[in-house]
Design a binder for this molecule. Structure first.
Ligand code: PRX
Length: 637
């Protein structure tokens, strides 16, 4: 299999880009022509950004799993689709060919059906990084159920909120997950969530750690038993459900600037075309190569570049269950050598953390199979870029710095390996079909180069968000209301003299901690739930490894308490309400917060103090009580 739409040179990129802007419908229709559709579209694109209402490939019928599995069986049936490296290097790895994966997806799709799941139902998936997670995702897509994967680091309360929002009656989980030297009791977290979610009808539990679990009669069933039933029924086949191009494929929750996560909705046709196109072009994937993306399938990166992008391209995707630093900090490099990985896609935070272990763990490895490197999730600092380039890529592998979001479905701005140049800290150029603009606060377009502004996209691309589940108005106000006729990303960006984009970070109250999006309002809500807390304000500060750390200013209702113990209590509260990923790194107790006369917290000041910039706090004359600022500065951690 080769890819007729894989761009081969800078000149070709320039001409393809021109075409994609001059005739977007013709451009995407040519690409979509390379997929398997049960019925072709009547119209390539219908759109307005006011409501918003975006439809790609209207009238077309397909099933994404036929594109990810069935259509490869002829040529690639015996080729590896998924290689799975377990948490412990002592345990045997697993390899699933396209034929194996096809069979397993159909079997589990039948399990879902036997348990009452039908087209359009929402299925929550809360599992560790085992092949069955990818199988469960694809099995949902096979029968037209909408998957909502929740990352294993979210708490019972977060799961309950998401289950309620999506009214998900079905759950697929594991007894537990292995991560480094830890065992995470996933089923027990689900049990806690279900105390509040009586509407859940079925929980399918895969055995992984075999930690004791309480299986509730009538509700909870074992994955393995259900598969046996399907086998004895002899119904190995599961025909793919015919889906409309604009039917929902999945929901993925993400943080915004309000206290409640939003269920970002992606649909079948456009998402398939876009993840495939971006995968093949950004990474310059060559048939037969091993692609290793270190993300978790609980995040969009895993959805798009472990599952759908690579599999729709007939690629071999490597899934890793564990963590980069266990049993030692050479684990990624072991895996790269063991499987001769060609393309390695990871997060700047992982690179920075591994840099901290020195070159010892790297030098024991050859890393000669590597051809392309990639980063995602946050801006990469120059030092980490150089280390990655020199020590991992041996100064010969291009690094693609891929900018995108849960809402964009796939990579929007990035250099393309071996096609367009990469320079440290720049995501560089838009992919064909992507039309970025920089706007000022009033919504005026900032033209020319060497300029900074708020990053918007002015024209639809097939992988974009369609709605926020159950609340379309929220989608409109969040992304399409700030600027008329624009999708607003929430990021700021600089454009240099060559028209390359450099993402400068969020311009809203959303933090990026280790590449994970966390809304400050969500963390504040969680802290404020602690009985001893009157009020809190959360801001980000630069963190050497995580990119951003979480700094919380907290007012207590009783000052005479054991402060160290209270910090632990607050941390435990955040863990319980959101999950361990949102734990504050620093908690400073204060008597007051800097507020304007209208009661608005002046976060600018709090941010500056957290960043250690105490000298130049700007104009504080509008504050109700300017004295609180001195106290805050004095108490800075
Ligand atoms: O601020 C940008 C940052 O991550 C945000 C999106 O987060 P999320 O939806 O969780 O998706 C992460 C994985 C796609 C963006 O708004 N971001 C993502 N990639 C980059 C980045 N910032 C700078 N450079 C990047 N390459």
């Amino acid at each position: 299999m080769s890819y007729p739409y894989q761009i081969q040179s800078r000149e070709e990129y320039d001409s393809v880009y021109q075409k994609s802007v001059a005739d977007p419908e013709g451009f995407w229709s040519d690409i979509a022509g390379h997929f398997y559709w049960r019925k072709r579209w009547d119209k390539v694109l219908d759109w307005n950004f006011t409501e918003p209402d975006v439809k790609w490939f209207s009238g077309a019928k397909l099933n994404i799993t036929e594109n990810c599995l069935d259509r490869h069986l002829g040529l690639l049936g015996n080729k590896p689709a998924i290689i799975w490296e377990p948490n412990s290097p002592e345990e045997h790895h697993r390899m699933l060919t396209y034929r194996d994966l096809h069979l397993k997806v159909m079997q589990f799709a039948n399990v879902l059906k036997n348990n009452g799941v039908t087209k359009g139902d929402r299925v929550c998936i809360y599992m560790g990084m085992v092949p069955e997670l990818a199988i469960a995702v694809l099995a949902c897509a096979r029968i037209g159920a909408i998957h909502s994967v929740i990352f294993g680091g979210f708490s019972a309360q977060s799961i309950a909120d998401r289950l309620q929002d999506a009214n998900a009656k079905f759950i697929v989980t594991c007894d537990g997950a292995f991560r480094g030297n830890k065992e995470i009791p996933l089923k027990s977290v689900i049990d806690d969530a279900l105390v509040q979610c009586k509407f859940v009808e079925k929980v399918i539990v895969l055995t992984r750690t075999r930690t004791p679990v309480s299986m509730i009669k009538g509700r909870d069933v074992w994955w393995e038993d259900e598969i046996k039933k399907v086998e004895t029924q002899g119904n190995a086949d599961c025909p793919a459900e015919e889906m409309d191009a604009e039917d929902m494929l999945f929901i993925l929750y993400t943080s915004g600037s309000t206290g409640k996560p939003k269920g970002v909705v992606h649909t079948c046709g456009g998402y398939m075309v876009y993840t495939n196109y971006s995968f093949i072009n950004v990474f310059n994937y060559q048939p037969g190569e091993i692609f290793f993306c270190t993300a978790d399938i609980g995040w969009i990166t895993g959805h798009s570049y472990i599952v759908y992008g690579p599999l729709s391209a007939g690629a071999t995707t490597l899934m890793f269950e564990g963590v980069p630093t266990w049993p030692d900090a050479g684990r990624f490099w072991d895996i790269i050598d063991k499987y001769k990985v060609n393309i390695f896609y990871t997060a700047p935070t992982a690179i920075r953390s591994l840099m901290g272990y020195g070159l010892g763990p790297v030098q024991q490895h050859k890393l000669t199979s590597l051809r392309v490197l990639g980063t995602v999730g946050e801006p990469i600092n120059e030092e980490a870029w150089n280390w990655f380039h020199e020590h991992i890529g041996k100064s010969k592998c291009p690094i693609v710095d891929t900018w995108w979001q849960t809402e964009t479905g796939g990579i929007l701005i990035s250099n393309m390996a071996n096609v367009t140049p990469g320079i440290p800290t720049y995501a560089t150029y838009p992919l064909p079909g992507v039309q970025p603009v920089l706007l000022d606060e009033q919504g005026g377009e900032i033209t020319g180069n060497n300029v900074t502004g708020n990053l918007c996209i002015k024209f639809p691309w097939p992988g974009m968000i369609r709605t926020t589940y159950g609340d379309h108005e929220r989608c409109r106000t969040n992304y399409f209301a700030t600027y008329e006729n624009q999708y607003f990303t929430g990021d700021g960006s600089f454009r240099n003299e060559e028209g390359m984009y450099r993402i400068t970070g969020r311009v809203d109250d959303v933090l990026n901690v280790s590449g994970h999006r966390i809304g400050t309002a969500e963390v504040e809500n969680a802290i404020n739930m602690h009985a001893g807390v009157v009020e809190s304000a959360v801001v980000g500060y630069p963190h050497e490894i995580k990119g951003q750390g979480i700094y919380a200013y907290v007012i207590l209702n009783n000052d005479q308490v054991d402060k160290e113990l209270f910090k632990k209590d607050i941390t435990a509260t955040v863990s319980r309400i959101i999950g361990p990923i949102a734990k504050p790194d620093k908690i400073q107790f204060v008597k007051g917060l800097p507020k304007t006369r209208s009661g608005k917290i002046m976060r600018r000041i709090l941010r500056k103090v957290a960043e250690g910039e105490m000298e130049n706090l700007g104009d504080t004359s509008a504050l109700l009580e300017p004295a609180v600022v001195q106290e805050i500065v004095k108490g800075k951690l």
